[in-house]
Design a protein around this ligand. Structure first.
Ligand code: ASP
Ligand code: MG
Length: 407
C-alpha cells in the first residue's frame, strides 16, 4: 500500500471516453490498495483555445486575467474525472489549486510554487477518497489565481508528490516511456526502463519533449521517483531516478537527443585581443538571445573566429547585432547558417569510460558526416552537423553504441 501521484496530460483526458478510461485505471490502483492523488491537465487543445479567445479581445492579454481564464481548463477536467470515478462507485473529490493551497509567487503565467498545504489532501485520502487536483495552477499570497507556464501540470504533480512524500509520481501521456532516441528517426529505438534525472534533463532540453524540464529538475532536487507511462496501453514505462549502484552497470550511453532549432553564426577575422568574446556576446545576451554552443579557436595570424549557435528564430536579430559589433572590432565578416542540426549522445556512464568521443567520431566518419562543431560536458557530447545528415548521423550512432540492445 503506497501513496501514488498520477498525472494525466491533455490527450489522456481529451474526451469523455478517455476520462472514463482514466477513471477505470485510477480505480484499479485504488482496488490494489493504494492511495491515489490525480493531477489533470486541461483537455487537449483547450488551453490554446482559451489563449486564442483572450487574444481576440486583447492582443496582449492582461496576465492576471489570462490566468483566471486558463485555470478553468484544468478545473473542467477535475470535475469530470471525479464524476467518472463516482459513476464507478469510487469515492473522489476535485480540488483546484486554491482549494489545495498551492501557494506560488505572483509571476502571472509563469508562477513558481513556493509551498503546498498537504492537510486537506491528506484528510480526503484518510476518508478513502481519490483526490483529483487541477494541474498548472496555484494562488499567490493574496489568493490571486496564478498559472505555472505551459506544460505546468507536470510540475504540479511532482511538487505534490514531493510534498506528500509519495512513493512515485507517474506521468501518463501518449507515449509509453522515454526512448533511446526518436522512434520516428530510428525504427529500432528502444524504450528505456530507467534513466537518471541528469540524463533526462539533457534528453528533454534537447528536444525529447516528454516532460516539462522544470518538473524533471524539481523531481531531481527532491528525489521524487518519476515514471513516464502510456495512458493508452499497459506497461512499465520509464523510471527516472537518482543515480545509484545499479547505474554503475548501466550502459555508457543512454540515448541520443537532437534538434533542428538552432542556427550558427560566425564572426571571422576578429583581432585576437582580450575582451573580444565579451564584446561580441555581451550585446547578444543584452538582447535576451540565448546562446548555446560557443567555439573559439586558437589564433595563428593575430585574428580569430568565433562561432556560436542560437535559436533559429533569433538568427536574423543576432546577425544584425553582430554586423554592428564586427564593424566596431574590425572583424572581416559575419557568416550565418540555419541549415544545421545538433545531436548529442547522453549518458552518465561516460564519466567512467574512456573512448566514448572517439567511438562517436569514428561512427560519423564512417558515414562521411562532417562535424562542424563539438562540445562536451561530463555526461554529454554534442556535435553540430549539416541538417541534411542529421538522421543518418543519429542512426549510425544508435547502431554504433548498440542502443537497440537491452543491457
Ligand atoms: N494545460 C496547460 C498547457 O496546455 C498545462 C498542461 O497541460 O500541463 O500548457
Ligand atoms: Mg500538456
Amino acid at each position: 500500500m503506497a501513496l501514488i501521484v498520477q498525472k494525466y496530460g491533455g490527450t489522456s483526458v481529451g474526451s469523455v471516453e478517455r476520462i472514463q478510461a482514466v477513471a477505470a485505471r485510477v480505480q484499479r490502483w485504488r482496488n490494489d490498495g493504494h492511495d491515489v492523488v490525480v493531477v489533470v491537465s486541461a483537455m487537449s487543445g483547450e488551453t490554446n483555445r482559451l489563449i486564442a479567445l483572450a487574444e481576440e479581445i486583447q492582443p496582449e492579454p492582461t496576465a492576471r486575467e489570462l490566468d483566471v481564464l486558463l485555470s478553468t481548463g484544468e478545473q473542467v477536467t477535475t470535475a469530470l474525472l471525479s464524476m467518472a470515478l463516482h459513476s464507478l462507485g469510487c469515492s473522489a473529490v476535485s480540488l483546484n489549486g486554491g482549494q489545495v493551497r498551492v501557494l506560488t509567487d505572483t509571476a502571472h503565467t509563469k508562477a513558481r510554487i513556493k509551498s503546498i498545504d498537504k492537510e486537506r489532501i491528506q484528510s480526503h485520502l484518510q476518508q478513502g477518497a481519490v483526490v483529483v487536483v487541477a494541474g498548472f495552477q496555484g494562488v499567490d499570497q493574496d489568493n490571486n489565481i496564478t498559472t505555472l507556464g505551459r506544460g505546468g501540470s507536470d510540475t504540479t504533480a511532482v511538487a505534490l508528490a514531493a510534498a506528500l512524500s509519495a512513493s512515485e509520481c507517474q506521468i501518463y501521456t501518449d507515449v509509453d516511456g522515454v526512448y533511446t532516441t526518436d522512434p520516428r528517426v530510428v525504427g529500432n529505438a528502444r524504450r528505456l526502463d530507467k534513466i537518471t534525472f541528469e540524463e533526462m534533463l539533457e534528453m528533454s532540453s534537447l528536444g525529447s519533449k516528454v516532460l516539462q524540464i522544470r518538473a524533471v529538475e524539481f523531481a531531481g532536487k527532491y528525489a521524487v521517483p518519476l515514471r513516464v507511462l502510456s495512458s493508452f496501453e499497459e506497461g512499465p514505462g520509464t523510471l527516472i531516478t537518482l543515480e545509484d549502484e545499479s547505474t554503475v552497470e548501466a550502459p555508457v550511453i543512454s540515448g541520443i537527443a537532437f534538434n533542428r532549432d538552432e542556427a550558427k553564426l560566425t564572426v571571422v577575422g576578429i583581432p585576437d585581443i582580450p575582451g573580444v568574446a565579451y564584446r561580441i556576446l555581451g550585446p547578444i545576451s543584452d538582447a535576451n538571445i540565448e546562446v548555446d554552443v560557443i567555439v573559439q579557436n586558437v589564433a595563428e595570424d593575430n585574428t580569430t573566429d568565433l562561432t556560436f549557435t542560437v535559436h533559429r528564430n533569433d538568427m536574423a536579430r543576432a546577425a544584425e547585432i553582430l554586423q554592428n559589433t564586427a564593424e566596431q572590432l574590425g572583424a572581416s565578416e559575419v557568416r550565418t547558417d540555419d541549415k544545421i542540426a545538433k545531436l548529442s549522445i547522453v549518458g552518465v556512464g561516460m564519466r567512467s569510460h574512456a573512448g566514448v568521443a572517439s567511438k562517436m567520431f569514428g561512427a560519423l566518419a564512417q558515414d562521411n558526416v562532417n562535424i562542424q562543431l563539438i562540445t562536451t560536458s561530463e555526461i554529454k557530447i554534442s556535435v553540430v552537423v549539416d541538417e541534411k545528415f542529421l538522421e543518418l548521423a543519429v542512426r549510425s550512432l544508435h547502431e554504433a553504441f548498440e542502443l537497440d540492445q537491452a543491457v
